[in-house]
Design a protein around this ligand. Sequence first.
Ligand code: GDP
Length: 446
Amino acid sequence: MFETLSDRLSGVFESLTKRGSLSEKDVSAAMREVRRALLEADVALEVVRDFTERVKEKAIGQEVVKSVTPGQMVVKIVHDELVATLGSEAQTIDLNAPAPVPIMLVGLQGSGKTTTCAKIAKRLTDREKRKVLMASLDTQRPAAQEQLKILGEQAEVDTLPIVEGQSPTQIAKRAMEAARLGGYDVVMLDTAGRLHVDEALMAEMAEIRDISEPHETLLVADALTGQDAVHLAKSFDERVGISGIVLTRVDGDGRGGAALSMRAVTGKPIKLIGTGEKLDGLENFHPERIAGRILGMGDVVSLVERAAETIEAEQADRMAERMRKGAFDLDDLSTQLGQMQKLGGMSSVMGMLPGIGKMKKQIDSSGLDDSFIKRQRAIISSMTRHERRSPKVLNASRKKRIAAGSGTSVQEVNKLLKMHRQMADTMKKLGKNKGMLSQLMGGGGM
Ligand code: GDP
């Protein structure tokens, strides 16, 4: 799947990999190509626009990690944004509710609803050892109920006995009752489809929803219908309310437009994908893996990740060396704070910095968050080079100037200096043990 998009994208980066530096012009040119490739893959225009803007913003001015090319760097950024667009976290069917958990499937005729119903039931039975009951509420298509019964036999999953002449809502009530009495864990309701969305269909779905109160309402949509599938998800969500999407026929989808747009446009996660006609043709939707398949450049992505890790380890070693010599100045502190910011805030890395434990109380009162780190760095960057190297020269008037320049107070400047002194002292003491310091700084063999 996604062959076309994958081919088009790899071409885009080939030209970029040959360039020495990442200029706005290069990035813009590459993004024009990416935009064209995405549009050709039938990705929604708004998603394409948003996507290329985000990549551009991150790519221009991005520091290119040593030992990778600018083009490789862009591949990594595009990859990360693809993952974000697809929904970041893999989501599955949620069964966290009192049994029998009702799961309702909705969608147009021919989208693969009945097949998907049996696929999910089989998976829940085989892998999760749940007792599942399936019921077809499709009284429109003559053979629909019979079709589910046959699939149930293949999957070795129970189906609700067929009673001629019942309405969908009557069947829904009977299914819920049978599931309760029969001690089933899950009851799957396969509803009727139509060729198009119409008011009668939506009203019927809403009525069944009110009777069965489904824990999951899954829209089954055909990936091959591209943007129609996305619009469909939107209207079903507005009218009936859906909790997730199963995208079928992904095995035949060379473009991937529906998969890429679905999350961004509807805000609903793709929970599963159908990858074949057989009952085992069902897979979890992993944004990471899908992004990898779309881009077809998994090796480049991991190369950039590894290179970035190496750089950080080298930086940590360099830092440890300076500390060993007792040369930890305010520039070094700023670098450290910057790394903390990247690692996601102060509290998570608190223990990594020697001497900072003593300061914990003081910092606590100012909040252990990003904004605290930002203020600290602002103070340091308001100092002259000389002041940063030799904090001793900081007298009252200099501190006042720095406080004004960084939008903080003299008191905060004093706090920062005290923190730096305590850290530098502890580090000097620790400095005799090079290995330990290196470890504390997160480098050297950790
Ligand atoms: P319904 O009308 O929505 O219930 O659709 P069906 O379940 O009857 O499916 C219609 C056709 O699509 C059948 O021939 C299925 O075998 C086929 N189908 C369903 N899901 C997939 C899928 O993920 N991949 C492929 N290739 N075919 C599928």
